[in-house]
Design a binder for this molecule. Structure first.
Ligand code: PEP
Ligand code: MN
Length: 343
């Protein structure tokens, strides 16, 4: 249930409501809100009747949250969540761009890519130190050495670092290095990992599983939110269909569909969605046009030598083109007057 407090509710009154919820064994989330504070208590109506809470001092109204995911639901929050990753706001008015190679391969590779990513004005660098690979024989990432290189590259280029946590055992090390922790598509329903991400003090980028429905994806987010981490960003990265012209199928329509159901930001990863360099730019632009809050794009200085995902990695010049065009599309949507008489 959603408990809306009066704008002038006192701290004591708020505390009394929280104490009642706690005594009933309920976990809740307190949202300051622009006008008044609200409290989301998932599944509270099982333990407490709304008419027990509604007459309490300082309470304006109690509203049931009808969707099955409570904390991720658009009903749970007035407005939208904006996630701040080292000064980059994801979910606000700006288009958040994240770029980088699939994996950290060497100091030289990482620094070369980071240099042109930073020169493009992109402030978040994504590269995996721990890689979730389908084949156990494929490059698994440099592990702790990769994290050390990511720390070096952040210091050198003043970039925020997005990197993946693949298992609970190495989560602490990833959390210590990352400015944002990615949970990969294959781990979208790894519930132990999701709970650990929920206890993490860094924002979480939650990829959609290759065969997950929107509801399953939102339940995965709910696992993270339920442990107290509110900084969750969803990322559509293509789903498995019968189409065989591309690695996956970019589900463009899930972007507005997700944004209608949740207050969480939604990004698009056109690289894993297509697996083909020539399809990345048009699909990135489609994602922005569909309302994505940001893009996650793979790029490599020498894609032909990449240890993972080379065929989908953009060359530096294509990466720069994508950044410019994605920003132009976003600008048109943000300020439609840019289209003049056509709108
Ligand atoms: C990746 O981001 O490099 C990756 C493996 O992505 P996904 O989990 O979407 O397959
Ligand atoms: Mn990759």
């Amino acid at each position: 249930m959603l408990i809306l407090m009066e704008a002038n509710a006192t701290p004591d009154q708020i505390q009394e409501v929280l104490a009642l919820l706690e005594a009933a064994g309920l976990r809740c989330q307190v949202n300051p809100g622009p006008e008044a504070l609200s409290i989301v208590a998932p599944n509270a109506s099982r333990a407490l009747k709304p008419d027990r809470i509604e007459p309490m001092a300082g309470v304006r109204r109690v509203v049931p949250i009808t969707s099955p995911y409570k904390l991720a639901s658009a009903d749970a929050l007035a407005g939208r969540t904006v996630v701040d990753v080292r000064g980059v706001r994801i979910g606000g008015d700006d288009l958040a761009l994240v770029g980088g190679p699939c994996g950290v391969e060497s100091r030289e590779q990482l620094f070369t890519v980071a240099r042109y990513v930073a020169e493009a004005g992109v402030k978040l660098l994504r590269a995996g130190a721990f890689k979730p690979r389908t084949s156990p024989y494929a490059f698994q990432g440099l592990g702790l050495e990769g994290l050390r290189l990511l720390e070096e590259v952040r210091a050198e280029f003043d970039l925020g670092i997005v990197t993946e946590a693949t298992e609970v055992e190495t989560f602490d090390a990833v959390e210590a290095t990352a400015d944002m922790v990615q949970i990969g598509a294959r781990n979208m329903q790894n519930f132990a990992l999701l709970r650990r991400a929920g206890r993490c003090r860094k924002p979480v980028l939650l990829k959609r599983g290759p065969s997950a429905t929107l509801e399953e994806w939102l339940f995965a987010a709910e696992y993270v939110l339920g442990e107290g981490n509110r900084d969750v960003v969803l990322c559509e990265r293509g789903i498995r269909t019968w189409a065989d012209h591309a690695r996956n199928t970019l589900d463009v329509s899930v972007v507005p569909a997700a944004k209608a159901l949740t207050h969480l930001p939604v990004m698009v990863d056109p690289s894993h969605a297509t697996g083909r360099r020539d399809l990345v730019l048009p699909c990135a632009l489609a994602g922005v046009a569909a309302g994505a809050d940001g893009l996650l794009v793979e790029t490599h200085c020498h894609p032909e030598k990449a240890l993972s995902d080379g065929p989908q990695a953009l060359l530096p010049s294509d990466f720069l083109r994508l950044v410019a065009q994605a920003r132009a599309i976003h600008e048109v949507l943000r300020a439609p007057s840019a289209l003049g008489r056509w709108l």
